[in-house]
Structure formats: C-alpha cells, structure tokens
Write a protein that binds this ligand. Structure first.
Ligand SMILES: Cc1cc2nc3c(=O)[nH]c(=O)nc-3n(C[C@H](O)[C@H](O)[C@H](O)COP(=O)(O)OP(=O)(O)OC[C@H]3O[C@@H](n4cnc5c(N)ncnc54)[C@H](O)[C@@H]3O)c2cc1C
Length: 395
C-alpha cells in the first residue's frame, strides 16, 4: 500500500489546484485519475482557448441551495491570484467580453502550467487508475484496478456529469452517498433549451439566426445573444438562462433590449403618424434580423396591413409581444452539450472554509461535484481554482 498525506481523485482544474496548494505546504500528495491525461475539460474549454476566469467573479454569479456557501473560498482565491500564475508562466491572454479572460493561443498552456506547478510542488500524478474501492479505517484506503493507496486526507474532485464521452462519471456523488452525505439532485445546465413543437413551428426555419436579447428565467436575467437551433435555443443568453430553469418553468425573451417599450411604441407610432405605407415586417427589420422579423410578423400580424392602417392598440400589443415573448421549454438540451452539472454534494454537508465534510473528518469535495454552479464566462473555473485552493490549504 502506497502512503500519502493527501490523495486527490480527479485531475481536473479543482483537483490539480488542490494538489498544488497542498504540495506547496509540504504535504505528500498523489492525484489519481482514471483518464490517460490530465485536464481534459480544460483542453476543450472556451473553444480550445479556455476562459480561465472572470475578473468580476463573485458569489452572485453562482447557483447553489446555499448562495452564501461559495463566499469564503471565492474571497480567499480571487481571479487575480490565478491571473498572477498565468502571467508567471508567460501565458498570453485577453479579455473577450464581460470580464471573460481567454488564452491568446491554447488551453493546453493552462494544463501545462498546472502540470508544471504540480511538479514544482512535488505532487505525483498517477493516471489510468480507475478507483474500485474506498474505505475509511485509521486512514482512507483507496484501491484501483492496479494498486492500493492510503492517506490521512481524501479529496474528491471528479467533476460533474456533463460530456460523458470525456470520462465524466457519477463517482463523486456515489462516494458522497457511501459516506452518508446528501446530494442535491443533479441536472444538465448551461446547455440551452429544447422547445415544444408549437414553439418550434412559431420559430420555424430560423436555424442559425442569432440576435441580441434579454432572456429572463426566475432570478436569472441575461442580456446576450440567442441562437436558433434545429431543436430550440442556444447562444449565451439561452445557456445562462438554462442554469435557472426547472421543468415547468417559463422563460421570457425581450427581442429588442436596446430600447425601452415606450421608445419602441413611440417609434412605430411615429412611422404611422408620418403615413408610412410600409408593413410592420419591413419596419421591424430596423430592429431585428430579417428572417426573425418576417417570422414574428407572419405569426402575430397575418393580415399584412401597412402601418398607417394599424390601430394604435394593435401596435402597442405587438410591441409588448416583442418585449416579453413567453416560452415554456420542453427541456434543456442535456448532458451531451451541457457545460456543467447543476446540483451535487449538498453544501450543508461541507465546511465553506475548507470543503471538508462535517460528518467525515479528512474527506473533502471540491469543484463541480459540489452544489455550486457558475454562470457561463469563466466562473466555473474560478470556482474550481478557489474551492481546490481552499481544500489544498487545509488538508
Ligand atoms: C465544452 C465545455 C466547455 C467549458 N468551457 C468553460 C470555460 O471556458 N470556462 C469555465 O469557467 N468553465 C468551462 N466549462 C466548465 C468547466 O470545464 C468545469 O466546470 C470544470 O472543468 C470543473 O472542474 P473540476 O475539476 O471540478 O472537474 P473536471 O474538470 O470535470 O475534472 C474531473 C476529473 O475527474 C476525473 N474522474 C471522473 N470520474 C473519475 C473516476 N471515477 N475515477 C477517477 N477519476 C475520475 C476525470 O477524468 C477528470 O479528469 C466548460 C465545460 C465544458 C463541458
């Protein structure tokens, strides 16, 4: 049996950061992963350029049963801490939009940086180790197909269920249940929506059309683009809203976020007052992509009148529809496309300062496996780094 102070299971962002910090504190650390390489999700993230943090990341950018839980870890490892590491490794980066930082070249540089920091901190990374058994005796004993390990502290950093083809498993949730820790029900998130047949008919033939919107779902309000797909809605605003969506909920789309409703009404009424002979769908193209303007008008104004013939009341109703289009999605798209898993190990079971289980001393959960899920835009990596660091500082 190989002896360590700390065993981390999962060589993703959270596990590696935890190992680095523990190693820097002279703990003897091993990271085990069933995959053949480390950081698979980092490599595919941000379209291959890894949106590694968000300069504005704060607790309000996360969804959890306990919205206060993330505060402590996020305040002790802030975006600038990660940015310093990136700068030290001379990784060029840029802000794309809304505080989102991406590598200029490749996500591979982030993985190489974490690997190098593990090496400097004396961390052993042991790959292709499917774990078959975990038990707590005096110490934690971990058996894999190939070997046996034991340690005083065990950190579970095996992520969520999104993108199963990259090796995502329910391992972390199973271990939580084995030790009698509650798990908040999980679901795919940041994946966009499948629409019901009637809504697909309303928006038919719009695949590939994208436009600036405000999408609201519960407490989530996001101004960004949506993109019509073959089965529903994608694009950043739809992905963000899906984090707040539960079956049966509606979402609201404001198709013209650049103007308040009164301004929009005034603009159309002014066109009418000037005696415009143009149809609404022609005028609407001033505000919306042409195909979307056509489709909305075909559905809402089938009578095809010139605007000077329309009643003021009808114009106002139409503006109202453009500002608050309510949809009742059938589902979100699913784990095959989801950037994250919402839910996970119940935060009530863990110390917010160290990520240690309150019931099982020495057992820690970090990263996406915990019921803390960030918005799209670098927030999930910031949680992985911060929660990993918090545990690495305590193990
Ligand atoms: C396509 C895509 C793009 C994304 N882009 C971004 C982005 O740009 N910015 C951002 O902030 N977030 C992004 N995310 C989310 C982000 O990747 C995750 O939130 C983050 O990687 C979670 O880190 P983690 O270390 O907790 O888990 P993971 O990165 O999932 O790591 C878990 C590790 O555990 C290992 N493992 C799993 N099961 C077992 C087992 N049974 N035994 C041993 N090892 C196991 C896995 O092989 C993996 O190495 C993206 C996600 C996806 C899917």
């Amino acid at each position: 049996m190989k002896n360590y102070d700390v065993i981390v299971i999962g060589a993703g962002g959270a596990g590696l950061m935890c190992a680095i910090q523990a190693g820097r504190r002279d703990r003897k650390v091993a990271v085990l992963d069933h995959a053949a390489k480390i950081g698979s999700k980092i490599l595919i993230s941000g379209g291959g350029r890894c949106n590694f943090t968000n300069v504005g990341a704060g607790p309000e950018n996360y969804v959890s049963n306990n919205p206060h839980f993330a505060k402590s870890a996020l305040s002790r490892f802030v975006p600038n801490d990660f940015i310093h590491m990136v700068k030290d490794h001379q990784i060029a980066y840029h802000e794309k939009k809304l505080g989102q930082l991406f590598c200029d070249r490749s996500a591979q540089e982030i993985v190489a940086m974490l690997e190098e920091e593990c090496r400097k901190a004396g961390v052993e990374i042991i790959l292709e180790q499917p774990v078959t058994h975990i038990e707590k005796k005096e110490r934690f004993e971990v058996k894999t197909f190939h070997d046996s390990f034991c340690a005083e502290s065990l950190v579970i950093a095996t992520g969520g269920l999104s993108i199963p083809k990259l090796g995502a498993t329910d391992f972390g949730y199973k271990i939580a249940k084995q030790f009698d820790l509650r798990v908040v029900p999980t679901s795919p998130a940041l994946d966009g929506f499948k629409l019901k047949p009637a809504d697909m008919k309303y928006f038919k033939d719009l695949m590939g059309v994208s436009c600036d919107t405000i999408v609201t779902c519960g407490k989530g309000v996001f101004r960004e683009n949506i993109l019509f797909t073959h089965s529903g809605l994608s694009g950043p605003a739809a992905l963000q809203a899906s984090l707040y969506w539960y079956p049966g909920n509606t979402i609201q789309i404001n198709f013209i976020p650049s103007a308040p409703k009164e301004t929009l009404e005034k603009w159309f009424l002014e066109c009418k007052r000037k005696g415009s002979k143009l149809e609404m769908k022609t005028l609407l193209k001033e505000w919306l992509p042409s195909r979307l303007a056509d489709r909305i008008c075909e559905n809402e104004l089938p009578e095809k009148a010139a605007i000077h013939q329309m009643q003021d009341k009808k114009i106002k109703e139409f503006c109202n529809k453009l500002k608050t289009h309510v949809l009742s999605p059938e589902a979100t798209v699913g784990y095959g496309k989801a950037e994250v898993t919402r839910g996970g190990v119940d935060t009530d079971e863990l110390s917010s300062r160290t990520m240690e289980s309150k019931k099982v001393p020495g057992l820690y959960f970090v990263g996406e496996v915990v019921d803390v899920t960030g918005w799209l835009g670098g927030y999930n990596f910031q949680w992985a780094w911060a929660s990993g660091y918090a545990a690495g500082d305590a193990v």
